[in-house]
Design a protein around this ligand. Structure first.
Ligand code: FES
Length: 142
């Protein structure tokens, strides 16, 4: 493992152990949840808006280190952005943050939170939910 890889792994582990934005929002403007059917792991996300800007975003979930850490990273990344900006945010932007190469199975883990967030924004602000995200690689979102 390269030094950089082990650094990324440390960051992932830190997010997993000390998730940012973990918890509930009392009166959220939008919510969604999703499951990775391969393992049953779950993420739910609540959003509070100020206008179209994401003023607060929180998640709850259970699952592997990658799914929970990637969602934790996502919470940090999207606060203060508009619903439209996040609706068009690419998978690569989050995967760059995760930083380590992922197998196709692990990719589903890493993208679970982003798919759930995009669905929440779609429900709350009517942002487009491209076909690919409606069933994010067979993730079950609702
Ligand atoms: Fe379930 Fe990663 S093993 S989300």
């Amino acid at each position: 493992m390269s030094e950089l890889d082990s650094l990324y792994r440390e960051v992932i582990l830190d997010h997993y152990k000390n998730p940012r934005g973990h918890g509930l929002i009392d009166t959220p403007d939008a919510e969604a949840e999703g499951q990775n059917p391969l393992c049953g792991d779950e993420v739910s996300i609540a959003v509070a808006f100020e206008g179209d800007t994401i003023a607060d975003v929180k998640f709850q979930g259970r699952g592997c280190a990658i799914s929970q850490a990637a969602t934790s990273m996502l919470m940090d990344m999207v606060k203060g952005r508009t619903a439209q900006e996040v609706a068009t945010m690419s998978r690569e932007e989050l995967l760059d943050e995760v930083g380590i190469p992922l197998t196709p199975v692990r990719l589903k883990c890493a993208l679970l939170g982003l798919g759930v967030l995009k669905l929440a924004l779609h429900k709350g602000r009517g942002t487009p939910l491209p076909e690919e995200w409606a069933g994010v690689d067979e993730l079950e979102l609702r």
